[in-house]
Design a protein around this ligand. Structure first.
Ligand SMILES: *Cc1c(COP(=O)(O)O)cnc(C)c1O
Length: 436
């Protein structure tokens, strides 16, 4: 497998280079080439397979020439000790694909853990220590921190804005210890991101440490997200109905992963791109013109993205052809009032407690099925556990939401963070101390 930049398909790099450099020097995005076709037999045989087993099979097709089968099997099983079950809302008609059974209770675990496992595979063989730097506004940091915790040869430094993440999110970042160090920045998320960016261009620092990023641009976070679309297919294929996936979207990594695996042969009839008021992609699908905007704040805040970084990838997958794109993806968007009403209707109709993001996915599937595909089965991706948005969900649905045991127990663990001003030099000094 090689990887080319969306800005220049002529030049390709190795798996290891794309993994550790995240972004090509020409500021494009890496894409895998060639995308293998998995074969119809493969999809006929997967009904009983777990996420880890499917991940292993697809990983073999992608990286079997470079990484031994035994290593791929070990790393996929280590990455996915949880499954992604399909839960029926209305049998044969509407279902959710629950992606929140991992440690941070959101689908980002899947990408972060696979990327971490691959990085550990390569770093073991080179015996140089890798330093991952991540800025987080909350969610991504938790998935990355837990994904890399205790991973051999990798040290993780997480920068988060002090006082601006939820208590539970902070616990996920600050209680792990070991190879995970949290830096609590006296500033905003943008300050954290600016510090990380500066670190990557600091020649002196890069001469001392082998720095790498775990941001969502990394293609190895997207590739494993394709695995759960396949897992879902394995669970509903007995209905023998065309499948419509509805993906609640922000940066559009999740949807890009679905389209990528469709191009590897997964039988998907159609995708719904479901968003909140940040609806530049649904607008594009109506008008044919893509106009990135400033993001607006909503209650489904993990999707508050005005300029989705993966739009380029998605468009690229359709050969930058609007008609092809539009034939395969429909856009729907919902404001906060509609999202609250949707959460209530979903609970009333199906008895299902959906987080605001998941509710947007379910509404997208419902609206699309009613309008155009009466005989299809709709599968909405449930991107986060409702307890991740506990106060909001409890207020909207007027009930109590329990935090799963594995996360609730973090609440009693002591917090360890290094408090720093929002200044690059302060970060650099304390980073060098922690790794010394
Ligand atoms: C990140 C996130 C999304 C958006 O996913 P993208 O891949 O950025 O489109 C949706 N829901 C939740 C809960 C998220 O954390």
């Amino acid at each position: 497998m090689r990887f080319y930049s969306t800005n220049n398909p002529e030049i390709t790099v190795t798996t290891e280079q794309a993994l550790f450099h995240s972004m090509p020097a020409d500021k494009g995005l890496y894409m895998p080439t060639p995308l293998p076709h998995l074969g119809t037999q493969f999809f006929d045989d997967i009904s009983g397979q777990s996420l880890a087993e499917i991940g292993f099979e697809i990983s073999k097709a992608l990286f079997g020439d470079e990484i031994s089968k035994a290593d791929l099997e070990e790393l996929t099983h280590r990455a996915f000790p949880f499954d992604t079950p399909v839960v029926n809302l209305e049998a044969g008609r509407m279902a959710v694909l629950e992606l929140f059974h991992g440690p941070s209770l959101a689908f980002k675990d899947v990408g972060a853990r696979y990327m971490a496992a691959l990085m550990s595979y390569y770093s073991k063989r080179s015996d140089k220590e890798i330093n991952i730097l991540v800025a987080t506004s909350g969610d991504t940091g938790g998935a990355v921190a837990m994904g890399f915790h205790n991973v051999h040869g990798v040290r993780v430094s997480i920068l988060y804005p002090s006082g601006r993440v939820s208590d539970l999110q902070e616990k996920q970042l600050t209680t792990l210890g070991g190879n995970v160090q949290a830096f609590e920045v006296d500033g905003s998320f943008d300050d954290c991101q600016a510090i990380v960016k500066q670190a990557f261009v600091d020649a002196e620092l890069n001469a001392q440490l082998s720095l790498s990023s775990a941001n969502s641009i990394n293609i190895f976070r997207l590739i494993p997200q394709g695995f759960y679309y396949v897992r879902a297919y394995g669970q509903v294929r007995n209905h023998q109905k065309p499948i419509v996936f509805s993906t609640p979207s922000g940066n559009f990594g999740n949807l890009s992963a679905g389209v990528m695996v469709q191009q590897m042969g997964l039988p998907v009839d159609h995708f719904v791109a479901a968003t909140n008021l940040n609806h530049v992609v649904p607008d594009y699908l109506t008008t044919g013109t893509y106009i990135p905007k400033e993001s607006v704040a909503t209650i489904s805040n993990a999707m508050d993205v005005g300029s989705p970084s993966n739009f380029v990838r998605l468009s690229h997958l359709y050969g930058d052809n609007f008609n092809q794109f539009k034939a395969n993806v429909s856009g729907y968007f919902y404001d906060d009032d509609a999202t609250r009403a949707g959460m209530q209707k979903i609970y009333a109709k199906y008895g299902y407690i959906a987080c605001p993001h998941t509710a947007i996915g379910i509404m997208g599937a419902q609206d699309f099925l009613v309008e155009s595909k009466q005989n299809s089965i709709g599968i909405a991706l449930a991107t986060a556990h409702p307890s991740k948005f506990k106060p909001l969900v409890e207020e909207v649905l007027n009930l109590t939401v329990d935090v799963p045991e594995r996360l609730a127990k973090l609440a009693d663990r002591p917090k360890h963070s290094i408090f720093i001003p929002a200044q690059y030099e302060a970060f650099k000094e304390s980073l060098l101390q922690t790794v010394a």
